[in-house]
Design a protein around this ligand. Structure first.
Ligand SMILES: [Zn+2]
Length: 354
């Protein structure tokens, strides 16, 4: 979970690393005289001086007093650097929290993918977090690549299912992730028809287990074609998983026609979600850029503008209703501070209702 996405994790930030890198870099920056506050710099240099001389971050100077023992607040820095084996790193890295985090994350190994024949594991993890996939499809692909989709064989091995046999009537094989999505008779029928089921992106490729499960193949394919094909494959896997869950939980078997319809609908929704996600990401980047320009374009101005718009939109009719009162007997009957229509004081005070 804590590894970067391209190494098989979910990119969940490690709080210890995140906060510790901020704390360490801030104090080391002060000790290296990179901060603008001279008094703080001198104080930090005094308390950390002995340790920093040991790290060879500052030169030994016997004319300057330094503390021999680190105070408890700075013992954390020593433990943090020792924990992540950062004591030999350059001062440029240790004085920037982003560099510290990236150095630690770069050391993480790539999680291997079981049963992978073509390509390497990092390609699989890149495919799993492909931007064309919605969050739901990314999660599904991530669980498939790790082999932890909660199918019966996985649940049985962890003592959470009474049986490991596939729930499809007449199947009888253990329900592993590969069996569910590729080997089961229902999946085989679906994949056999997939090329001709109005999915032109699949018709160009010969489908095989590695391509379906992990998106790796020996054939070369352009990025655009791969994105379309990978989205279609992920949507079909999602439809198989959904129909299987319906069978297990509600004992309802989806006919192939319904599965096909579901795939088309899901694919359209997934593409729409991915487009929205990309749009939001771009908008986020733009707003960050505009926020960096200065305080005038910050969130407050936007909020005020939005509130102004809602004020203008909501004012006339609601204010009129407030004036008329609950019984509609006329203007000025209601007290401005106790509007019975809206049962609130704030509304009337805000709009100067009288
Ligand atoms: Zn089966």
């Amino acid at each position: 979970m804590y590894k970067p996405k391209e190494k098989g994790g979910k990119g969940v930030p490690v709080l210890y690393l995140f906060l510790g890198s901020h704390y360490t870099s801030t104090h080391l920056k002060q000790a290296m005289n990179l901060s603008s506050n001279n008094k703080t710099n001198t104080m930090t240099r005094f308390w950390c001086g002995s340790y920093l001389r040991k790290l060879k971050m500052i030169k030994s100077d016997f004319r300057t007093p330094v503390a021999f023992n680190l105070p408890p607040a700075y013992v954390f820095i020593w433990k943090f650097l020792e924990h992540f084996k950062l004591e030999g790193e350059e001062s440029k890295i240790l004085t920037n929290h982003r560099f510290i985090i990236s150095v630690v994350q770069d050391r993480e190994s790539v999680t291997p993918v079981r049963g992978l024949r073509y390509g390497d594991a990092s390609t699989v993890w890149r495919n799993v977090s492909h931007p064309v996939l919605s969050n739901r499809l990314q999660d599904l692909s991530w669980m498939v690549a790790h082999g932890i989709l909660p199918v019966r064989a996985v649940m049985h091995s962890r003592g959470m299912s009474a049986t490991s046999i596939c729930p499809r009537p007449g199947c009888g094989a253990p329900e592993s992730v590969r069996h569910l999505l590729w080997e089961c008779s229902a999946a085989v029928d679906l994949w056999a028809k997939a090329g001709s089921l109005q999915f032109p992106h699949l018709a160009r490729e010969v489908l095989h287990g590695q391509l379906v499960l992990y998106g790796v193949s020996q054939q070369k394919i352009t990025k655009k074609d791969f994105a379309e094909m990978w989205l279609t494959l992920a949507t079909i896997k999602d439809a198989i998983w959904t129909s299987r869950n319906l069978l297990v939980s509600r004992r309802r078997q989806m006919p192939p026609v319904a599965v096909k319809r579901n795939i088309k609908g899901c694919r359209w929704r997934a593409k729409d979600t991915a487009t929205k996600k990309n749009r939001l990401r771009l908008r986020g980047r733009r707003s960050r850029r505009s926020t960096n320009r200065g305080p005038s374009s910050g969130g407050l101005a936007l909020r005020v503008r939005q509130e102004g718009r809602s004020f203008r939109a909501g004012f006339p009719s609601e204010h009129q209703r407030c004036l008329e009162g609950r019984d509609g007997s006329g203007l000025g009957k209601e007290s401005p501070r106790f509007c019975s229509t809206f049962n609130t004081q704030r509304f009337c005070i805000l709009y100067s209702c009288s």
